[in-house]
Design a protein around this ligand. Structure first.
Ligand SMILES: Cc1cc2nc3c(=O)[nH]c(=O)nc-3n(C[C@H](O)[C@H](O)[C@H](O)COP(=O)(O)OP(=O)(O)OC[C@H]3O[C@@H](n4cnc5c(N)ncnc54)[C@H](O)[C@@H]3O)c2cc1C
Length: 496
């Protein structure tokens, strides 16, 4: 285990850590709890102001009683157990919990890694913080995949995940009359949560056909809990009379200054809207989700291998113990491919047991047997692969774009400009389109438009990988200057 380090008044935590876990969602919480139970000293860092990540997103502790959102959650028993475990370890000083801390880069160092974060818990000042440990576990989850459509930049159009975050994290119902669209089972909990909080969900437009699941009976049969979950949502949707229209896409939104009308259409087998099927629905809010993209910002600069996630994205490549190709670097949860909270929990525990093994920490009875968790990972991964195949991005979705549809909202680059660069022009990937058009060069650095630009110009068989950037979140010059104040000999190596 790590020896105490003298950091001499530097912007670093004083505790030595054996493991830094970035991300306190289901994967990170489970990993940290398992590693702590096994005897390690852990720093758990999250950009959010509460434990739980996306699945268990909560309001910050100081307003939690005033903004109750517990009714919107599932499996709170596991959350509460993990939270209690982490709190107990925090009291003993083995856990350093750093909420409101955004990690902006990680780098290899002679004796492990440095993890550079900014403390955003006391605005407006940002304070830099450097953590060092022989092992780092990245559990930074995923973010919504968006496909543009005419009008998607109107106020009132949100991501499905964004709607859910507003609800769970602040009890905010973002609209009164809502249309949801995209693909995948995630649309169902969002519809159910909105309806439970008083929104009128006018329609859920699912691009895929439910029969696609029949091609994957084995993963379905091996995951009865998923059936039960789906049945629960189906019951809720029926109770609120929410229609689910399959093979249907949201192809446009209209309004003066805000969404007023949503246009939907039936989709053909190739995903293109079928002529004559368009409907106009009055709504003030649209929520769209086309699955999720693994959050790889911290892993790419470290040079770890990637794998095709099977859903058009790439994810961290890991072995059966959640080890990446970089020694000492582990990944768990949706960083390794999208598959839901239960998978993230199992992967977190498996990763922590690997860290315990690799750092030769003595095992303790609190650590769950690895074989059962590994079986759980395999079962849930198989389900995730089936889900990806049953809910693909429609092949010809771009048929609903007009040339003047904005694709990159930060730099205001249109579909016409992207096509001119990549379909009719020389670019074969989103990085070249970026150089030619500035798509992906703005504030969000291609998080929103990158997957769409990729789908528009690249070979569809090739999964999307986000561009590598050394700084994962905008940081102030002051914080950067703080971070560089490291002692001689402790300067981190440049990211590879
Ligand atoms: C917006 C959104 C809402 C979702 N809501 C639901 C839902 O209601 N129900 C459901 O079944 N599934 C939901 N999902 C899917 C969900 O991501 C997973 O099922 C589950 O939460 C995955 O767990 P995880 O631990 O891998 O990642 P997450 O739960 O996503 O946790 C990752 C954590 O890493 C933190 N993080 C990321 N980057 C950094 C960084 N650089 N520095 C510090 N911290 C960082 C994030 O703040 C987050 O807390 C949602 C996904 C998204 C993107």
């Amino acid at each position: 285990m790590a020896e105490p380090q003298d950091l001499g008044g530097l912007p670093a935590t004083r505790e030595p850590h054996d493991l830094v876990v970035v991300g306190a969602g289901p994967a990170g919480m489970a990993a940290a709890a398992t590693a702590l139970d096994g005897g390690l000293r852990v720093a758990l860092v999250d950009a959010g102001s509460a434990l739980g990540g996306q699945f268990w997103r909560h309001p910050p502790d100081d307003v939690r009683d005033a903004v109750p959102t517990e009714d919107l959650h599932h499996d709170l028993r596991t959350y509460r157990t993990l939270r209690a475990t982490l709190a107990a370890h925090e009291r003993t000083g083995r856990l350093t919990l750093l909420l409101d801390h955004h990690v902006w880069t990680t780098a290899r160092a002679a004796d492990g890694f440095t993890v550079h974060a900014v403390d955003r818990g006391r605005p407006p000042a940002e304070r830099a913080l450097v953590l060092r440990a022989p092992a780092v576990l990245v559990a930074t989850g995923a973010y919504d995949r968006q496909l543009p459509f005419p009008g998607w930049d109107l106020p009132g159009v949100l991501t499905a995940g964004g709607l859910q975050s507003l609800l769970k994290g602040g009890g905010v119902v973002a609209g009164r009359r809502v249309v949801l669209g995209g693909t995948g089972p995630f649309l169902l909990p969002v519809a159910a949560a909105l309806a439970a909080r008083g929104a009128e969900v006018v329609a859920v437009c699912e691009a895929a056909a439910p029969s696609a699941w029949l091609r994957h009976p084995a993963p379905l049969l091996r995951n009865p809990a998923k059936w039960a979950e789906a049945a629960g949502y189906a019951g809720t949707l029926a109770r609120y009379r929410i229609p689910v229209r399959t093979r249907t896409g949201i192809v446009g939104a209209e309004g003066e200054g805000r969404v007023a009308v949503v246009r939907t259409a039936s989709l053909g087998a190739d995903g293109a809207p079928l002529p004559g099927t368009e409907r106009r629905i009055e709504a003030d809010t649209v929520g769209v989700g086309w699955g999720f993209v693994p959050q790889l910002d911290l892993l790419l600069p470290l040079g770890c291998d990637l794998a095709d996630a099977g859903d058009g994205t790439t994810a961290a490549a890991v072995d059966a113990g959640q080890r990446t190709s970089v020694p000492g670097l582990y990944a768990a949860g949706e960083t390794c491919g999208v598959g839901g909270a239960a998978l993230a929990l199992s992967e977190g525990r498996v990763a922590a047991v690997s860290v315990l093994t690799d750092l030769a920490a003595p095992g303790r009875p609190g650590v769950r047997p690895l074989a059962a968790e590994r079986r759980s990972v395999a079962r849930h991964r198989a389900f995730a692969r089936a889900m990806a195949q049953a809910h693909p991005v429609p092949g010809n979705w771009s048929a609903w774009l007009t040339d003047d549809t904005t694709v990159c909202r930060c730099e205001e680059v249109t579909a016409g400009a992207v096509r001119a660069a990549g379909v009719d022009g020389p670019a074969t990937g989103h990085r070249q389109v970026k150089q030619l058009t500035r798509a992906g060069m703005g504030w969000c650095q291609g998080r929103m438009c990158g997957p769409a630009v990729h789908c528009l110009v690249a070979d569809r068989a090739e999964p999307y990988t986000s561009a590598e950037r050394l700084i994962a979140t905008p940081v102030t010059l002051g914080a950067l200057a703080d971070s560089s104040a490291l002692p001689a000999g402790d300067t981190p190596t440049e990211p590879t």
